[in-house]
Design a protein around this ligand. Structure first.
Ligand code: DOR
Ligand code: ZN
Length: 427
């Protein structure tokens, strides 16, 4: 075994060059220019960018119960290929992650996964789940403490989506209060079920673009407003999942101005795709919340610019091509994969100087790490080396057949991007 020297790379955070020496135990020994080590394997990183392995705080890896769509192993490989080394996984599996046994089972399965650290959200749809969550968070038993370490927070669905995990409205306040009291990170999928139901009832179209009309922007806005009000009432820190509209974003911006502990994420598909893409994508552009207008996407980018948006998270939600393409378009399952394409898409924006590489680090590492108390380390001496070497200039084309996700397709098929993951070091 030899040490490894990554020579001449540029730290994405500061734009400064550094050599990184990694010991045989995988620990970073030092980060400084001019570090030489005669017996080390040298990786020439000149002209390359160095990021810590990134974090995606919103994925669906489908295991257990939906392994025909994806497994932890396949999707972790996809994440790693996309420069992501820590993911927070959603509870809408079969069984859902709403019991100690289900959480323990996921933790056991994830231990077999190489390189990618998988944390799990606990789902709460009824009072019994909330009691279990309290046990996990406060229990003295070693086993509960161990499970808590792998649990990144609570997921709340305020409307139905894949897996029908909608919360019983009567316990929403108690969930918020519990999260406030016990300091449990709380992430909410905000769509208003009554407004969605009314829009669905009023719909007469059968084309796929009707999916967006059936889940209107006002539904997200109303739900975000209510969730923010509940956070204010209870003192809970609330993270809004996959914010997709200008209207929803405006509510978050106002809440932040008021000083409330509200954070939010946006997903690459809402940044890079709009309702105009239905024509080309068909049901491959169906997800919840749905594709929105160009103005909405522009508002999300503005939210990134002014700091209202804290994180970019993929909502990676693979379904098989067959499931996506069989039957009535509006009955196709919602969800698109994304863990392998997020970084290249963002790098492309950075290459065009619309955002900075340091912005990518904040959106996909620093902020999610803090919001969900994940304890991941940036590139630091005396910490395990977990980093991604990126060539910011390589141009390439995204093709589903080359991606590692089990589903084998992407809504970004054929898109030209600038910036490529060259190597991942994941001790
Ligand atoms: O598009 C979506 N797909 N939105 C969700 O809320 C769930 C997800 C899934 O699990 O397929
Ligand atoms: Zn999701």
């Amino acid at each position: 075994m030899k040490k490894t020297l990554i020579r001449g790379g540029t730290l994405a955070e500061t734009g400064k060059k550094a050599d990184i020496l990694i010991g045989i135990d995988g620990m970073i020994e030092h980060i400084k220019l001019g570090a030489d080590h005669k017996e080390a394997n040298v990786i020439d990183a000149s002209g390359k960018l160095l990021f810590p392995l990134l974090i995606d705080c919103h994925v669906h890896f489908r295991e257990p119960g939906l392994e025909h769509k994806a497994t932890m192993e396949t999707e972790a490989a996809s994440a790693i290929a996309g420069g992501i080394g820590l993911v927070c996984e959603m509870p809408n599996t079969i069984p859902p992650t709403v019991t100690v046994a289900a959480l323990a089972d996921k933790v056991r399965r994830s231990a077999k996964v190489d390189q990618c650290d998988i944390r799990f959200y606990f789902g709460v749809t009824e009072a019994a789940h909330l009691r279990t969550l309290k046990d996990i968070w406060t229990g003295e038993a070693m086993e509960l403490k161990r499970l808590k370490h792998h649990c990144c927070g609570v997921k709340l669905y305020l409307d139905h989506s894949t897996g029908d995990q909608k919360v019983d409205g009567g316990i929403v306040e108690e969930i918020f209060q519990t999260c406030a009291d016990l300091k449990i990170p709380l992430i909410a999928h905000c769509e208003d079920s009554e407004m969605n139901a009314a829009a669905k009832a009023a719909n007469t179209r059968t084309d796929i673009a009707a999916h967006s009309a059936m889940r209107p922007a006002e539904s997200e806005e109303k739900s975000v407003r209510e969730a923010v009000a509940m956070a204010k009432k209870t003192g809970a820190a609330l993270h809004i999942a996959h914010l997709s509209t200008a209207k929803g974003l405006a509510v978050v911006r106002a809440a932040k101005k008021e000083g409330l502990p509200i954070t939010c994420e946006v997903s690459p598909h809402h940044l890079f795709l709009t309702i105009d893409d239905y024509a080309a994508l068909g049901t491959l552009g169906k997800m919840n919340p749905p594709l929105r207008t160009k103005d909405d996407a522009a508002a999300l980018w503005a939210g990134i610019k002014d700091g209202t948006v804290d994180c970019v998270a993929t909502d990676h939600a693979p379904h098989t091509l067959e499931e996506k393409k069989t039957g009535e378009p509006l009955s196709a399952p919602s969800g698109v994969p994304g863990v392998e394409t997020m970084l290249p898409l963002l790098l492309t924006e950075a290459a065009a100087q619309k955002i900075s590489y340091a912005d990518i680090l904040k959106l996909c590492f620093t902020h999610p790490n803090k919001i969900f108390n994940l304890g991941a380390h940036n590139l630091e001496e005396k910490k395990l080396a977990r980093l991604v070497i990126v060539d910011p200039e390589t141009e390439w084309m995204i093709e589903g057949k080359n991606l590692k996700s089990k589903c084998g397709w992407t809504p970004f098929e054929g898109r030209k991007v600038t910036g490529k993951v060259m190597q991942v070091i994941a001790h």
